[in-house]
Design a protein around this ligand. Structure first.
Ligand code: F3S
Length: 281
């Protein structure tokens, strides 16, 4: 008999789930067109679902076109203080769906900058989360993507991290800073959502005959899950959704044990569709 096992941790992380739910709830409440500042999530099925619910992504440059009373939702990555103030000064209805873990980092950036620390952020300077955090310390943060610093290291620093960073990079950052700085205050603000998904996928892919990894082809965390699984299980397949799975030769799915995992931007309805299909086969 076929056995289908879903990884212990798979799919939406807490912050993304909360933002999508908040968007739908806001739609119910206002019952009119809702805007999100940038795409809420990088998954085309979810974007379509949101658009069907009259929820559309808008670019920061387009804010000028909005009118007083329009509803705009800030996604889980958060935004800078300036952007936040700009939205409220336009008298928009601002729904803040910033992940609470990200809000905590923004608060720390603001607080410790005011206390005289130079803020250091480990992360990708082009990522909206990092741009947002930097915006809470007047865009003065020193940003490093791997613990190496091109600028001079100040003597008093407060270290923060993008939530999706690797712990090794955090260690490298602290180690480089310790050579120059005299006072180092460090907060490990890495979110465990990524690593727990990777650990679960790693364990499960060792114990099954085939692995299905569900998520957008442009989702970097899904691709990473696929790479981890492929190392342990030769029959690992990265699929976007049920439609893609249906194009597979059914013999692939005749395996005894099939493991399933999904990236942090994959909603549960897509995972369920795949599981139901496999059960029916
Ligand atoms: Fe929040 Fe962690 Fe997800 S910071 S948005 S729960 S990856």
């Amino acid at each position: 008999m076929k056995e289908i096992i879903l990884a212990k941790n798979a799919g939406f992380c807490f912050g993304v789930k909360r933002a999508v739910e908040q968007a739908l709830k806001t739609q119910e409440e206002y019952n009119k067109k809702i805007y999100t500042l940038g795409p809420l999530i990088h998954n085309s099925d979810v974007v379509k679902m949101l658009e069907n619910n009259n929820i559309f992504s808008i670019d920061i440059k387009e804010i000028e076109t909005l009118n007083e009373g329009d509803v705009i939702l800030i996604r889980s990555h958060g935004v800078s203080k300036n952007v936040f103030e700009k939205l409220t000064s336009k008298k928009l209805n601002v729904i803040n769906a910033t992940c609470p873990y990200v809000s905590k980092i923004q608060n720390k950036a603001e607080k410790y900058k005011a206390l005289g620390y130079n803020i250091v952020i480990l992360g990708d300077e082009k990522h909206p989360e990092v741009i947002g955090i930097n915006g809470w310390c007047d865009n003065t943060a020193l940003i490093t993507k791997d613990g190496k610093f091109l600028d001079n290291i100040p003597t008093k620093v407060c270290v923060l991290s993008q939530t999706t960073e690797k712990i090794e990079n955090f260690q490298k950052t602290l180690s480089s800073l310790s050579l120059k700085a005299r006072e180092i205050l460090a907060f490990n603000t890495i979110c465990s959502a990524t690593s727990v998904r990777q650990d679960s996928a790693n364990t499960l892919s060792k114990a099954v005959d085939a692995m299905l990894i569900i998520g957008g082809k442009n989702s970097s965390n899904t691709t990473k899950l696929y790479q981890i699984c492929k190392k342990n299980c030769e029959s690992s397949y990265h699929i976007e959704n049920l439609q893609e799975l249906k194009t597979f030769n059914k013999s692939i799915l005749q395996n005894k044990k099939i493991g399933i995992t999904a990236g942090a931007s994959t909603p549960s309805f897509i995972i369920e569709e795949v599981i139901n299909y496999l059960n029916e086969l």
